[in-house]
Design a protein. Structure first.
Ligand code: COI
Length: 356
C-alpha cells in the first residue's frame, strides 16, 4: 500500500460551538485527503494536507463537461468515545461503478478506505457528539486536464473532505412534504442515473427550486419514458408501505443503489416483513392512498438517514400520509439503523467498521 504523507495545519479553525445548529454542509474540518492521477503514472502522491482551495486551470475539464463523481458516507462517535464507519466498502465499490460509467480510472477501494480512516483520525476532534450528529465524509474525483475538447480525462484528482453535520432536512425526523414531478425528468435507463455524479444533481435543481417555491421539501421523480413509475426522491431512495408490503423501486439503471436503501431492505427482511423491489406506479400509490391502504412512506439516504414523508402532491391529488406523522415502521427502522450506526445496538449484519 502507498504511504500517505500527512501535513498538519498550523492554523486550526474554530469548531462550531453549538452542535444543535450544525445543519448540513455548513462546516469543513482542518484537513483533506488529496491524490493525483496522471496517465502513465496511475493514482499517486496520496497526502493529507490542510483544507484549502484547489488551484485549477480555467480550462479544467470538470468545469466544462462535468466529468466528476462523488460519494457520501459518515463517521459516528460512539458513547464510549470510539469511531465507527458504516459499510465503507459499499461506498467505495459504488464509486468505482460511477468511475466506470464516467471513464474515470478505477481506484483501489481498500486503499481509499484506509485514506478515509487516516483522515478521520487526523480530524477526529471534529466528530460531533450531540444526538443525531455525525461527520459527513465526501470523497470525490474530478477531471483537471486543461483541454476544452471533449474526451475522457488523462489527469484527475481524488479528494476527501469532512463536514460535521446534523439532520439534512430542517424537518429532522418530522415528515417532509414531497412534490411528484410531472414535467422534468432526472435520468433514463442508459444514462447516468445509477451513478453519483454532479450532473444528476444539476438536472434536479430546477424541479427542486419549483417544488421549494410551492412549499415542498423535495421532488419525487417518475421514470423518464412513461412518467408513470416511481424512481427516487431528490437526495434519497424511497419506500412505500401499502397494506403489509414494503415496496421500493427496483434498480433498473436509472436510480441510485443506495447503501441506506440496501441496509433498510435487509433490516426489514430480518423482521420478517414482506419487502418488494419492483416497479411501482404513482397511480398504484394514489389508489392505495384513496382506499386507506397507503400506511407509510419514507426516504432513505446517507445524508437524510430515514426521512418520513407526510404528504405527496401529484398534480391536483394531495395524499396525506399517516396524518402527516412518522409511522411505526419508519420510526423503528430509524431507531434500528441509527442504533447500529452509532454503536448503541448490536450489529448482527457486521456493517460497522471500528476505526478507533
Ligand atoms: C448522501 O446521502 O450522501 C448524498 O449524497 C445526498 C447528497 C446529494 C446530499
Amino acid at each position: 500500500m502507498q504511504e500517505i504523507k500527512i501535513e498538519r495545519t498550523k492554523n486550526p479553525k474554530q469548531k462550531p460551538t453549538d452542535q444543535s445548529k450544525l445543519g448540513f454542509g455548513n462546516y469543513y474540518t482542518d484537513h483533506m485527503f488529496v491524490m493525483n492521477y496522471d496517465e502513465g503514472e496511475g493514482w499517486h502522491n496520496p497526502r493529507i494536507v490542510p483544507y484549502a482551495p484547489f488551484e485549477l486551470d480555467p480550462a479544467a475539464m470538470c468545469l466544462h463537461y462535468g466529468q466528476e463523481v462523488f460519494e457520501g458516507m459518515k463517521a459516528y462517535r460512539t458513547e464510549q468515545g470510539g469511531i465507527l464507519l458504516f459499510r465503507p466498502d459499499r461506498n467505495m465499490a459504488r464509486l468505482n461503478v460511477s468511475n466506470e460509467r464516467l471513464c474515470i480510472p478505477q481506484i483501489d477501494e481498500e486503499f481509499a478506505i484506509e485514506a478515509i480512516k487516516q483522515l478521520v483520525l487526523v480530524d477526529e476532534d471534529w466528530i460531533p457528539t450531540a444526538e443525531g450528529t455525525s461527520l459527513y465524509i465526501r470523497p470525490f474525483i474530478f477531471a483537471v486536464d486543461a483541454h476544452v475538447g471533449v474526451h475522457p480525462a488523462k489527469h484527475l484528482i481524488f479528494s476527501v473532505i469532512l463536514s460535521p453535520v446534523g439532520a439534512y432536512y430542517p424537518e429532522g425526523l418530522n415528515p417532509v412534504k414531497i412534490y411528484v414531478e410531472n414535467n422534468y425528468v432526472r435520468a433514463v435507463k442508459g444514462g447516468m442515473g445509477f451513478t453519483k455524479t454532479g450532473g444528476n444533481y444539476a438536472a434536479s435543481l430546477k424541479a427542486q427550486d419549483e417544488a421549494d417555491k410551492a412549499g415542498y421539501t423535495q421532488v419525487l421523480w417518475l421514470d423518464g419514458v412513461e412518467r408513470k413509475y416511481i424512481e427516487e426522491v431528490g437526495t434519497m431512495n424511497v419506500f412505500f408501505v401499502i397494506d403489509d408490503e414494503v415496496i421500493t423501486p427496483a434498480l433498473q439503471g436509472s436510480i441510485l443503489s443506495g447503501v441506506t436503501r440496501m441496509s433498510c431492505i435487509d433490516i426489514l427482511k430480518s423482521w420478517g416483513m414482506k419487502v418488494s423491489e419492483r416497479r411501482l406506479s404513482i397511480q398504484e400509490v394514489a389508489d392505495a392512498a384513496k382506499e386507506g391502504r397507503l400506511k407509510e412512506a419514507f426516504g432513505s439516504g446517507t445524508a437524510a438517514v430515514i426521512s418520513p414523508i407526510g404528504e405527496l402532491k401529484w398534480g391536483d391529488v394531495v395524499m396525506p400520509i399517516n396524518n402527516g406523522e412518522i409511522g411505526p415502521i419508519s420510526q423503528k427502522l430509524y431507531d434500528n439503523l441509527t442504533g447500529i450506526q452509532w454503536g448503541k445496538l448490536d450489529d448482527p449484519f457486521g456493517w460497522t467498521v471500528k476505526i478507533k
